[in-house]
Design a protein around this ligand. Structure first.
Ligand code: SF4
Ligand code: SF4
Length: 149
């Protein structure tokens, strides 16, 4: 059974949070989101982590849940691949919203200051691993075909 989230405490709501996010480049269309879920359905991170949900993050911003959003590890999981933006019927630029959230999370000490560099390093290592695995796989397949022929 899915664990129920606690009710929203109105003392924790920041009514200016959404407007603040919208004041940054890329945040302009935030309020146009009508929660269709297309972003979540096509997201490669949501595919491997059912807790990662772009649509829910947008709802949390709109509800003013500043602390919850900025302290969440979820804002660092996004690949900034723009797949969700390409398919959003309302032109909500979720990856750029993520950039704003990350900027604010570091600025307001919700996240360690070197986190962006650390994630860049992780991404680079993953690219090297991907490249080497594909190369290994293709070489092994080629050698196997040559030995048959
Ligand atoms: S696809 Fe766009 S409109 Fe639909 S939930 Fe995601 S951000 Fe909102
Ligand atoms: S930009 Fe982020 S949220 Fe959008 S599809 Fe890519 S990984 Fe998912």
């Amino acid at each position: 059974m899915t664990e129920q989230k606690p009710a929203i405490n109105m003392d924790d709501v920041d009514l200016g949070f959404a407007a603040e996010i919208m004041s940054y480049p890329g945040g302009e269309n935030l309020r146009k989101c009508f929660a269709c879920g297309t972003c979540t359905a096509g997201c490669p991170i949501s595919e491997i982590d059912e807790e990662y949900n772009p649509r829910r993050i947008i709802r949390e911003i709109l509800f003013g849940l500043r602390d919850e959003v900025l302290q969440s590890p979820a804002i660092w999981y996004c690949l900034v691949c723009y797949r969700c933006y390409a398919h959003c019927p309302q032109n909500v630029n979720f990856p750029d919203l993520m950039r704003v959230l990350r900027y604010l999370a570091i600025k307001e000490n919700y996240a360690r200051p070197d986190i962006a560099e650390r994630i860049q390093e992780i991404d680079k290592r993953l690219q090297i691993l991907r490249h080497d695995l594909i190369k290994y796989d293709l070489t092994a397949a080629h050698e196997s075909q040559s030995s048959k022929g």
